[in-house]
Design a protein around this ligand. Sequence first.
Ligand code: F6R
Length: 253
Amino acid sequence: MIHIRIANREQIPIIVAEHLRKQLERKPDSVIGLPTGSTPLMVYREIVAQHKKGKIDFSRVITFNLDEYVGLDGKHVQSYKYYMYKNLFRHVNIDLNNTHIPNGVAENLEEECRRYDQLIEQLGGIDWQLLGIGLNGHIGFNEPGECLSAVTHVQRLLEETRIANARFFGSLQDVPTHAITMGMGSILRAKKIVLIATGQEKAKILAKAVNGPITTRVPASFLQLHQDVTFVLDQAAASAITRLRNDSCEFAH
Ligand code: F6R
């Protein structure tokens, strides 16, 4: 069931940080799945603020990031390893040994993907997964296409995704062509999922994800199959969500 919460942009990080706080209150050693990109930045800032107030404790938390660019090591400023350290990990009391991000410069990428899945499984799977959504409906870097992969895999990035992410790199040619991404299986096996999105440009794809048919052409539409998903959206992002499909959605304004 997809719950939809529509909130002011400024409220979104507060709602998500509270969601995480409650999760860690229930299970302090939760395994949490994390995204990168521009949307989560405000959430990470709020989580850090809550941590500094003593409300969120990361001492027993284990994290798995959704993805990493192939070819960028952790020192590259656009690597997701760098992003996570800069925006979250260095500000909170997490043990860095408990933070996991696919290694985009592993000698054997296929082996790295298998290692990542095994580790997620060994540690009990994801308890709480935060997601963003790409303009084309990707979650993690599971790109739309003929088929989706259940397991962690090397994904060729679609041109539209590289163009969307060129804003971080300065030029399109600097955007890596491939990424390692957690597969749809690990994401959908997460016990709880929170997806965040803001802005008019995400409205169309969110309507497809929520109202449209479940299709590999819109990877986020598979979230309709999950038991416990909350979309936290601003008004603009939610503006094209028109009807509730099979009673599977609830509006909680
Ligand atoms: C990145 C990830 C992607 C982003 C998506 C939206 O780790 O999981 O699916 O969430 O590309 O990115 P922004 O927030 O920059 O629009």
